[in-house]
Design a protein around this ligand. Structure first.
Ligand code: ATP
Ligand code: MG
Length: 417
């Protein structure tokens, strides 16, 4: 992509009402556009990052046997009344609307009810298990506070997976597989070292749910972390009893701030029971299906990467989520030979399927460097009169700032690794 043709420009400042660092940087870099509080559009650079995150998640969900589906945002109030979750007293973040005076619709904040209704037509025998389906889809939540940029949207994209099994053992087994897949996702997204599986409230079938929490001062959650054991406990369940149950010592626990990037629950029969999702066992006896659910917010994850890894100059994208692998910056100083060499290098990299953003704009070198630092592509390649005379380019890493000189003939090899 030639930067002179890119749909977005960088900006010196973010909107005054935007207080979250993630959104400020993403808006300035041209990744997203703020429509209103908690509602953001994804522009070309931002969508490339989102798609990369989506692909990581999709690969890992397929890897544990998930099958992808896509359910509707519009929700039938009738099915939600069956579980009691249509009531605003039970679920306080519904966006609701009306079709006619007596038929109400909702915008989905989650999808257990409609999915269980779909599953009623798909599972009937003990042979139909296990099943796991997931979607990457837009959710709506009437969040009262939406001051955290894309960490907390009123409209946001979630990956939600649901598993359907027969026994507690199968439920536990799938839960562990999902937890491992989650840790792989966060590692691939560059957050492995700072993300911890965390005991949290909210299991309807087990004492705890498992949250995946990324250490970050911008986080809304407070955890107690045993770094050596790599275990954390959310403040909401942090009691002496819980500590002794988990064999953790208060004196080993460090209080930290964190962002919840994922959450997995054992739902048990919480939904299958009221919605009548049953199957016939080996003896022809009706049994209730056990369920688990597994969520990750894609925007939450993208915003967390920005919050956790950026520096004073801008964003620092990890390799697997970066919008481009390399940022080629031409510093021509009006020299046509340098411009021609930069064009040639751009074509060469494209031929080798290296995704490159090529800053071919006719602006000052300082502006180009500042933009490259703000946008945060992992590798920057600079071609100038000086590097041309030496037969190569200057290659620098965004994360460390380390720069080296690489000769023309080695550059493709270097970027492929
Ligand atoms: P929170 O406690 O942060 O409000 P939650 O526990 O209600 O989140 P879940 O229903 O468990 O969230 O949703 C699964 C995942 O979806 C969360 O772990 C988070 O990554 C993401 N998520 C939840 N709410 C939002 C939101 N408003 N904007 C963006 N992502 C969200
Ligand atoms: Mg949660």
């Amino acid at each position: 992509m030639r930067q002179s043709q890119l749909f977005t420009k960088t900006r010196k400042s973010a909107p005054k009402d935007e207080v979250a660092k993630n959104a400020q940087l993403l808006i300035r870099g041209g990744f997203i556009h703020k429509e209103m509080a908690g509602v953001y559009s994804y522009l070309p650079l931002g969508l490339r990052v989102l798609k990369n995150i989506e692909n990581i998640i999709r690969e890992e969900m397929n890897g544990i046997g998930g099958q992808e589906i896509l359910m509707t945002a519009l929700q039938d109030s009738e099915i939600w009344k069956t579980t009691g979750r249509w009531s605003d007293d039970v679920v306080d973040n519904w966006f609701k609307t009306k079709l006619t005076e007596d038929s109400e619709l909702g915008l989905a904040h989650s999808h257990e009810e409609p999915l269980v209704r779909i599953m009623r037509g798909q599972v009937s025998s003990y042979r139909d298990f296990p099943r796991a389906v997931y979607q990457i889809q837009t959710k709506f939540r009437r969040e009262l506070r939406a001051k955290s940029g894309i960490l907390r949207g009123r409209e946001f994209i979630m990956k939600d997976m649901y598993s359907f099994v027969r026994t507690q053992e199968e439920l536990d087994e799938f839960h562990e597989k999902a937890a491992e897949a989650y840790m792989r996702i966060f590692a691939r997204a560059g957050l492995g070292e700072r993300t911890f599986r965390t005991f949290a409230a909210g299991g309807s079938f087990s004492k705890f749910s498992d949250e995946f929490q990324t250490l970050c001062d911008a986080g809304e959650d407070t955890l107690y972390l045993d770094r050596a054991k790599k275990l954390a406990v959310n403040r909401e369940v942090y009691t002496d009893d819980v500590l002794s149950e988990l064999r953790l010592k208060k004196s080993d626990m460090e209080e930290v701030k964190a962002i919840e990037v994922g959450n997995i629950f054992k739902l048990g029969t919480r939904f299958s029971q009221p919605l009548g999702l049953t199957y016939k066992d080996e003896n022809g006896k009706d049994r209730e299906v056990l369920m688990g659910c597994y969520g990750i917010g894609l925007g939450r994850l993208m915003g967390t990467i920005v919050e956790a890894l950026s520096d004073e100059k801008g964003i620092v994208w990890p390799k697997e989520v970066a919008p481009f692998q390399a940022h080629l910056v031409a510093i021509t100083g009006g020299n046509a030979d340098v411009a021609a060499e930069a064009d040639r290098m751009y074509e060469l990299l494209r031929e080798h399927n290296i995704e490159v953003l090529y800053d071919d704009r006719d602006i000052r070198a300082g502006e180009k460097f500042a933009d490259a630092e703000l946008i945060g592509i992992p590798v920057r390649l600079v071609i100038s009169e000086k590097t041309l005379s030496q037969g190569g380019l200057e290659v620098s890493e965004r994360s460390s700032g380390n720069a080296t000189f690489v000769s023309d003939s080695d550059i493709v090899e270097r970027l492929k690794n």
